[in-house]
Design a protein around this ligand. Structure first.
Ligand code: GTP
Ligand code: MG
Length: 324
């Protein structure tokens, strides 16, 4: 079997459905239907309209998608067992961990930090890349980190410092961080597939850090009228990230810039890039800002199960901590 065939066998896509060729598949993708699940939950009339196919073809396609998906229920025990594999990575600050539900950044989910420059987004990423390597009882996941660096801000020196501060061997810690520089958004997108492969090959990757999620997308789709394209690509990318988080049981931490929101008259007039698309895809969304006396403040923005609290933390030579 070639590699291509192998991939196909494992994970059927839209074009594996009878009646759906690449042309229709791209129409569906443009409308936000990326995979069999998306297709399986559609109504035949919506599909017919969206894809420009007859009602009978649409009905058959949806049925085929449902069969291939084995749409069904898992019982409570099965569901609970899946949740039991969830692991956590400490941020380095107890207050910050508490904000995230007690143990830090969670696997099978996307945690997004957005905030102004210098607010600590990258420092948190670097700290997580070290902390993931800790044993479970010390707040880590006993695994490796992948660091996708879009801005050239990954600093081995910082990793060494943070590792040293916790008494770990800096060179060993650096070796367990797989860094890739993404030069544009296409490259950034491709790297996600590569991570899934590495995990399959046995790399014990437990966290994927993307710093920054949005910078390339923002720069490449800067023109007027390109916003819809940008959002669509970003949406698709986030969808792939979520799939990676779910399937490989990894934590995903992404950083995001802010832009001034002139429409807002009170409070902090900043909004995350990518808006609702990123907001909806992120399981935990955190806003970081500078606080009093060199502190930082993290605020939970939306989460499915946690209150919108704030936590005060610090960035020091040792990375993210509770104290100066
Ligand atoms: P952008 O990427 O520019 O949007 O910002 P960011 O949110 O990623 O900022 P980053 O995480 O890089 O935070 C930079 C800040 O962290 C610096 O201004 C310092 O205040 C702090 N910092 C970075 N390294 C150290 C260090 O070694 N010691 C201390 N005390 N602070 C540090
Ligand atoms: Mg940064």
């Amino acid at each position: 079997m070639t590699k291509e065939e192998e991939k196909k066998e494992e994970e059927p896509g839209l074009t594996d459905i009878p009646g759906i060729g690449p042309g229709i598949a791209s129409k569906l993708e443009a409308a936000g239907v990326y995979d069999l699940m998306g297709l399986a939950v559609m109504s035949p009339s919506d599909l017919a309209e969206m894809a420009g196919v007859g009602a009978a073809v649409a009905r058959k396609a949806i049925q085929a998608a449902r069969n291939m998906m084995k749409l069904g229920f898992s019982d409570g025990i099965e569901y609970d067992n899946r949740r039991k594999d969830v692991h956590y990575i400490t941020t380095g600050s107890k207050a910050f961990n508490d904000l995230l539900g007690g143990k830090g950044v969670e696997s099978r989910s996307i945690t997004e930090a957005y905030g102004a420059f210098g607010s600590g987004k990258t420092q948190l990423g670097l700290t997580l890349a070290v902390n993931v390597q800790l044993p479970k009882e010390k707040g880590g996941s006993n695994g490796k980190a992948v660091y996708i660096d879009t801005e050239g801000t990954f600093r081995p020196e910082r990793i060494r410092q943070i590792a040293q501060a916790m008494g770990a061997n800096p060179e060993k810690v650096l070796k367990n961080i797989l860094v890739a520089r993404a030069f544009n958004s296409d490259h950034q997108i491709l790297l996600v597939d590569r991570i899934a492969e590495m995990i399959k090959e046995g790399e014990p990757i437990k966290i994927v850090i993307i710093d920054s999620l949005t910078a390339h997308f923002r720069a490449e789709f800067a023109g007027r009228g390109q916003l819809a394209d940008r959002q669509q690509r970003l949406n698709r990318y986030l969808h792939n990230l979520m799939k990676l988080a779910e399937k490989s049981n990894v934590a995903i931490y992404v950083t995001n810039q802010v832009m001034a929101n002139p429409a807002m008259m009170f409070g902090d007039p900043t909004t995350a890039i990518g808006g609702n698309i990123v907001g909806h895809a992120s399981t935990y969304r955190i806003y970081l800002r500078r606080g009093k006396q060199g502190s930082r403040v993290a605020k939970m923005i939306d989460s499915p199960n946690l209150p919108d609290n704030e936590a005060v933390f610090y960035v020091t030579e040792a990375g993210v901590t509770d104290q100066t």
